[in-house]
Design a protein around this ligand. Sequence first.
Ligand code: FES
Ligand code: FE2
Length: 375
Amino acid sequence: MPTANPPIVDTLRAELALLRSLDRDQARTMPPAFYTSADFHEIEKEELFRSEWICLGHVGEVPDNGDYFTTELVGEQLIVGRDHKGEVQVLSNVCRHRGNLVAEGRGNKRSFVCGYHAWTYDLDGTLKTAPLMKDVKAFDRKKCNLPQMKCEVWSNFIFVNLDGTAKPLAPQLAKLDAILHNYHNEERNLLFSDETVWNTNWKNLTENFMEGYHLFATHPTTLQPMTPTQLCRKVPGEDRWTAYRSYYDPNYPPRGPFHEDMTEDEQRNSVLFNIFPSFVVAVAANYTLYLCLRPAAADKVAIRWGVAGFKTDPEDPEVVKYVDLCKAFNDEDRQKLETLQRAQNTRYYAHGPLAPDDLEGTIWDFLQFMAGRLG
Ligand code: FES
Ligand SMILES: [Fe+2]
């Protein structure tokens, strides 16, 4: 018999369903429990993060055959690596013997050797050797490969779908591809990457990254002089994504060198997009900043982020300056999102109105996605 949902989950599902019926001019935020409830967080893990495409990182983190890094998504331990054929693979990082971790951290290997009893797996997960097991009747080598997760690389980003039910990703992003085409993200090299954890719900950060309303107040000296709130323009989104363009202040120096395909208009704006649920990216004329978000708890988000560009040298002073700028405005966002999380533990707030479409229309699109999946 199915177990009943905790009351807060039913309340939030009902609220999401209600959002579906509201017009854009009635757009409003969700109640704070949407961002604080551990019960709702469990539902998201099960119904979103296992069944959707989730970005785990950039192909530049595994440039050579044998390169790998380990990560975790809703409790699943994963190895993201490049096999002997050069294919990107996402494997379960749980040994098929007694279930220990097979790999830790990152590096380059010819095979993965579980440190517990030395079962050895090929880079595609195939079991190669299991010491002293050959006389064991119940041991069937073919049944002991590390499970391969469904994985897709789109525009240099590595996505996984844990339960294997998601429809192919790339066709769902065709229109976004067209918008990004002249920026040539696929030609940009990974120049910086890092991991961190912020004390805020993953949706707070997703929404924050995607709205230009806060730029003038939260980033008065870092972003507002470059991409002012007043010049944000919403892009019509689709089922799987939302986006806006943030235009550069006419007084700000040109952000080249520009790819030769870029139009004059494209040279003057960055495209910020969210591939639902939790992958947010800013493709500027010169650099790409991306954040892969994985929920760590109702009030914690694990962030794997990086910067890519046409330059090749991570030590190039211009690259270092841009990465420092990203660190500075990320820190400004972190402070606001951690106080937001504390404030959301309240009984005295229910809803707020969303700002006009160019400023917070992306949040409305995101909430509509959430409503479609969980409402
Ligand atoms: S748990 Fe991995 S070899 Fe035993
Ligand atoms: Fe921000």
